[in-house]
Ligand binder design. Structure first.
Ligand code: FES
Length: 188
């Protein structure tokens, strides 16, 4: 299984979800961490010499519970960990798999690395985009899928590939896309 955490692609603003598509929490809203979140975060903190060392684990815990990491959650996490929101935001921005905006139930990560592109990855990504009616960084209206291409997923010998729901889809082509989307919960 390839390493899932990779440097951020800095998805362009025009590729982000359309305004009004998601109920984005205003930055001045506050949230409280749940008991379960606090317990898991404290456990992560016990394993590192400095609180900032647990930043990525803490962000992942928030995301596991809430699906994404809002500004309000970042503030709550900052207060609990005694790590600045700027530092936490920097970590969250660096890692592609920490979502700072709402995402669908299934996040599709087709590879846009050179090996996959040479083996037809561009066509696969175009097909995904067309079938779902969304561009990179966007979420379908039914909130089922978000499309976020990632660079080389470390499976070039199986190109083109895509990761979704913790599964690696290999040797994809345009014909395999409908079945894969159906397996991942697309409505017929
Ligand atoms: S370029 Fe796609 S897995 Fe390496």
């Amino acid at each position: 299984m390839p390493q899932l955490i990779t440097p951020d692609l800095h998805i362009k603003p025009e590729h982000k979800s359309k305004p009004g598509q998601h109920p984005i929490i205003p930055t001045n809203e506050t949230v409280e961490l749940s008991e379960s979140e606090i317990k898991q975060i404290d456990d992560a903190l016990h394993h590192v010499p400095f609180p900032s060392g647990a930043s990525i684990d803490a962000l992942k815990i928030i995301q596991q519970h809430r699906g994404w990491v809002s500004d309000a959650c970042l503030k709550a996490l900052s207060a609990h960990m005694k790590v600045s929101t700027a530092d936490l935001d920097g970590v969250a921005t660096f890692y592609n798999l920490i979502f700072r905006q709402p995402v669908g139930k299934v996040v599709l990560h087709p590879c846009d690395g050179i090996s996959c592109d040479l083996m037809g990855g561009k066509k696969v990504r175009k097909c995904l985009s067309k079938k779902l009616g969304i561009g990179d960084g966007q979420t379908t209206k039914d909130n089922q899928f978000t499309l976020i291409p990632l660079p080389c997923l470390g499976a070039c010998d199986k190109a083109p590939v895509m990761i979704a729901s913790e599964k690696l889809f290999e040797l994809m082509d345009e014909n395999s896309v409908p079945d894969i989307l159906e397996e991942l919960g697309a409505k017929k």
